[in-house]
Design a protein around this ligand. Sequence first.
Ligand code: GDP
Ligand code: MG
Length: 218
Amino acid sequence: MKIVAAKKLLKANDQLAEENRENFTRAGIFGVNIVGSPGCGKTTLLEALFGRLKGRVKPAVIEGDIAGSIDAERIDALGVPVVQINTDGACHLDANMIAAAARDFDWEAIDLLVVENVGNLVCTAGFDLGEHLRIVVLSVPEGDDKLAKYPAIFQGSDALVITKTDLLPYIKFDVDRVTGDMARLAPAAEIFQVAALQGEGIDSLAQWLAGKCPAAGL
Ligand SMILES: Nc1nc2c(ncn2[C@@H]2O[C@H](COP(=O)(O)OP(=O)(O)O)[C@@H](O)[C@H]2O)c(=O)[nH]1
Ligand SMILES: [Mg+2]
């Protein structure tokens, strides 16, 4: 019987992730990994962001879901190249899946590769995909205690996007608690507040992202 330690598998993932990052960098592609709970508003955020970034970057998307192609269809409707990965039960994407899915794109035609990870605040934290930036999304209805309960995913992220701020009048959610917790867990991370359906707060997030993405030329 063969027993493989989880630590060893993670090390293999890290090596592959590093290769992905080097390949993307060499090709002038900026990689972003979007993580957050199911339904926190990741796809809606991408729809709003791509609207604002139109003409400034050439995006492509890898969608990670347990099943189906609902999100990929939403991205396809925007005219953005997209590949859907179905994990068949796995609660996160890994670097190997990204390497395989990314082969489907014309690398000459893209400069921003966004991965929408499987909705999960736990499993996604341990898997580097080879991205340059990780953005964690937290929606107002999830509650303001999530950073205290799931610190790892927030700790390793470069930005926190608080979504569905239009619901703040109806839900007990202390924005100061969340920003305070994030400042302790990831002092260098940027914090944005958006209501993506209404398009509020998207401009500053789009501006920040475009500034990070070398090909956007800002
Ligand atoms: N009120 C409100 N609802 C939102 C907002 N963003 C997304 N939603 C809704 O939240 C639900 C889940 O959104 P979706 O983008 O599919 O979440 P995902 O599973 O994280 O990709 C949908 O019903 C969206 O319409 C927002 O800014 N405000
Ligand atoms: Mg989605």
